[in-house]
Design a protein around this ligand. Structure first.
Ligand code: NIG
Ligand code: FE
Length: 422
């Protein structure tokens, strides 16, 4: 991180995105038709003081700056300035890689076939259990720095490759250390219920009991996670087990955020909503009852298009969800098995290309709605006075629509986190 003065002025901005207009209260999330309504200020300036957005406006009316001393000025001529990405679903802490499974899928096996032969999550768990905390920390920090350069300013990170009390806590302690060493805002999720370890295969309920009675109390006691996740899916955790796990997580003050409807329509969304889940994630398959369960619930539908791309499964029906009036977030799902990439510009492009979201919808789903899915929308995700100055400055581009259009190109030129250039 390079030190810069506490005051910053970005001037001549071609388009300032996700602006909360003067006098309006900043929304916590955007749903249905509102997701497409993005306020864009053209030919704009934005001022930052003490790490926060202190003012912004049109260049013809640059009145907000009264004290020009020790002010760093960035000329954003021809560039887009927008809130940094809020990536609300990742498994960024992991050991090793799984390119062998990638090749197996090319040869015709499915993600579920590979898991059934002891690959998949259990493959990563074996690797992680044998990896020292220090090594996990260094590799995770390198990944975090790399995604920050692509504009990620806030991120949720899950455990779930430990699957023993020791290894799950080891992962969450790595997340705690990342927080101390990175300018990225981080939220932690306990995902002990990611898969059944080999030794519990014949007694799965005993693993659920271990999570509830052994792991969860320790995670809560050490304050290691804000949320609890469960992989609710055929072959993983049933609706009844999910129900029991989420009941317990709420008792310990860990709000649910779950993996559900990745391969099958299970009724798990209804279970999650009943337990006041902050988000339900994946949703590659969705039924009418799922949509009804989500309506008015305050639960964010988080979609992960780069996972669908990588393991060749259907894409979530974003249009159906948005057109039903629901809120939708986009996240990366960065993990070694189903999505070995944390590239949010690519996620946004896939949101447009494969999920048929408009650029405005995809950008707001990856900023404000992602912030909501981490309880951060009061401080992040849009351009409003008083919000944290987590900002992306692009290369010169004709418009924000050019960002997803030019998919695969890195158009992120500068990233500012907490008011500092990184
Ligand atoms: O979100 N579906 C469950 N969990 C991860 C994949 C985990 C893995 O394959 O390592 C996901 O896709
Ligand atoms: Fe995931």
């Amino acid at each position: 991180m390079t030190e810069s003065p506490t005051k910053l002025l970005i001037k001549n901005i071609r388009e300032l995105l996700c602006v909360v207009p003067d006098g309006e209260t900043a929304p916590k999330l955007l749903q249905g038709a509102a997701l497409h309504k993005m306020t864009v200020l053209e030919d704009a300036w934005l001022a930052v003081e003490d790490g926060k957005i202190s003012d912004f406006g049109s260049m013809y009316d640059l009145h907000g700056i009264t004290d020009w001393s020790s002010l760093k000025v960035i000329d954003a001529e021809g560039k887009v300035v927008m809130p940094a990405w809020c990536d609300s679903h990742t498994h960024l802490v992991f050991a090793g890689s799984r390119e062998g499974e990638f090749v197996d899928r090319i040869r015709g096996l499915s993600y579920e076939d590979i898991a059934a032969k002891g690959g998949g999550i259990l493959n990563s768990a074996r690797k992680l259990q044998d990896t020292p905390e220090e090594v996990l920390f260094e590799s995770a920090l390198a990944r975090l720095n790399a995604v920050a350069q692509l504009g990620t300013g806030a991120i949720e990170i899950k455990s779930g490759y430990g699957l023993t009390p020791e290894a799950e806590l080891k992962m969450l302690r790595v997340v705690r250390r990342l927080r101390e060493h990175s300018p990225v805002t981080i939220k932690a999720t306990f995902l002990g219920a990611h898969a059944f370890p080999e030794r519990f295969k014949s007694v799965p309920q005993a693993y659920v009991e271990q999570i509830v009675h052994e792991m969860l109390p320790q995670v809560a006691e050490e304050g290691l996670a804000e949320y609890m996740d469960v992989f609710c899916e055929r072959g993983y955790f049933s609706n009844n087990q999910t129900d029991q796990l989420l009941e317990a997580s709420n008792q310990y003050g860990l709000r649910p955020k779950i993996h559900v409807n990745q391969f099958s329509i299970s009724g798990g969304i209804e279970v999650a909503v009943r337990h006041n889940a902050l988000s339900v994630d994946h949703l590659e398959v969705v039924g009418d009852a799922d949509i009804e369960a989500l309506r008015g619930s305050g639960t964010m539908a988080t979609l992960l298009p780069s996972c669908s791309f990588f393991i060749n499964i259907p894409y979530a029906p974003a249009r159906q969800l948005i057109d039903a009036g629901l809120p939708v977030a986009l996240a990366s799902d960065y993990n070694p098995g189903s999505t070995p990439s944390g590239n949010m510009p690519l996620v946004v492009a896939m949101g447009c290309i494969k999920l048929r979201m408009t650029p405005a919808e995809a950008i707001q789903a990856a900023t404000l709605n992602g912030a909501y899915a981490m309880d951060l929308s009061d401080e992040l995700g849009s351009i409003a006075v008083g919000k944290k100055a987590n900002l992306i400055i692009t290369q010169p581009i004709p418009s924000h629509e050019f960002l997803p259009y030019a998919f695969g190109s890195n158009l992120i030129e500068q990233v500012i986190l907490n008011g500092q250039l990184i």
